[in-house]
Design a protein around this ligand. Structure first.
Ligand SMILES: [Zn+2]
Length: 334
């Protein structure tokens, strides 16, 4: 049973042929080039799926499903990307074209939810009831699976973890509001603060100002730079507040962390983050909730997208389940 996963990002589009256990058998990457417009990118996705199938000698009828992860708000039920700022997409219907091209059940979901789905099925959350997958990079997002179902929210905007307010009337966020977590602990915010608080940071790093990145701040902190260490301690505090809020509201079994922060040395970020949560979360859940680095890491959205078909096929009440895509009807009848 083979499935095709597609992980659409603002920079790259990843394609994978994935078996029912979530094993990636084959993977390809092409450039997204969002400036080409939605039509051209949808055509590239169709060509990319065709190309990776050709490499495996698989026929379309050998493929169980195609699943797509998108960085933005997605109406999974109707197969429409509502808003994807990195792609400059608004209300782009995508599932219909891809399903017609391959005559295979086709699903679409926000990439963070695809990642959470992968963690729930085959990652750190395997066997648990409720899983959240928090990605901390330039943006900060969260996918959630509750009782075996991906949680979308009434308007498909659930899990905007980075836009929870942690400081009323605080820093201006990219979303246009003030005080969002992302405006303090997102990659852009960390680099902005580092340039402000560590004068001549690029000289310390023997680079030019435009190339200073979050990993440089982590590196300086690791080397003992006091200001950099203060910045990473602040990141722990801000992300920690966000995680405590998430845990207190949802009571999830597990939170897996991926993105830049998970690549930093554990003693710098992940370990103090776990301590923060243990000390601050509501007492009865503080010791129980599991927090870990994602072992699927950057492959999680690709794998989760490819396994979206299981959201309906694993449910006994599939007809009533929150459908991950319009292709679910075909899935149920096949
Ligand atoms: Zn915001």
């Amino acid at each position: 049973m083979l499935n095709v996963g597609v992980d659409v990002g603002g920079t790259n589009i990843k394609f994978g042929v994935i078996d029912e256990n979530g094993e990636i058998l084959l993977q390809e990457t092409i450039k997204t080039e969002p400036g080409r417009g939605s039509r051209a990118i949808v055509m590239s996705i169709i060509q990319g799926v065709g190309a990776i199938l050709a490499r495996t000698s698989l026929r379309h009828e050998d493929v169980t499903s195609i699943g797509i992860g998108i960085p933005g708000t997605v109406d999974s039920k109707n197969g429409v990307v509502v808003y994807a700022p990195n792609l400059f997409w608004r209300n782009v219907e995508i599932v219909k074209d891809i399903r017609e091209a391959f005559n295979v059940p086709t699903y679409i979901v926000q990439d963070t939810r695809a990642a959470a789905w992968a963690e729930y099925l085959i990652g750190a959350g395997k066997g648990l009831r409720s899983v959240a997958s928090v990605t901390i990079g330039t943006g900060i997002g969260c996918g959630m699976v509750f009782d075996g179902k991906i949680f979308h929210g009434a308007l498909n905007t659930a899990g905007e973890f980075g836009h929870q307010i942690i400081d009323l009337d605080g820093n201006l966020c990219n979303c246009g509001r003030r005080g969002c977590l992302e405006a303090y602990a997102g990659g852009l915010a960390i680099v902005r603060d580092a340039k402000k608080r560590i004068p001549g940071i690029h000289k310390l790093l023997h680079t030019n100002p435009s190339t200073v990145g979050v990993h440089d701040v982590y590196q300086l902190a690791q080397e003992g730079n006091a200001q950099a260490r203060e910045l990473t301690d602040n990141v722990v505090k801000y992300i920690g507040m966000g995680l405590v809020n998430l845990i207190n509201i949802t009571s999830v079994d597990l939170i897996s962390i991926s993105g830049g922060i998970s690549n930093a040395p554990s003693e710098l970020l992940l370990d103090p983050l776990i301590d923060f949560v243990r000390n601050r979360a509501y007492e009865s859940v503080a010791d129980q909730v599991r927090i870990c680095r994602s072992d699927l890491s950057e492959d999680a959205p690709l794998i989760g997208a490819a396994l979206l078909f299981r959201e309906t096929s694993d449910q006994t009440d599939s007809a009533l389940a929150v459908s991950p895509g319009v292709g679910s009807q075909a899935s149920q009848s096949s």
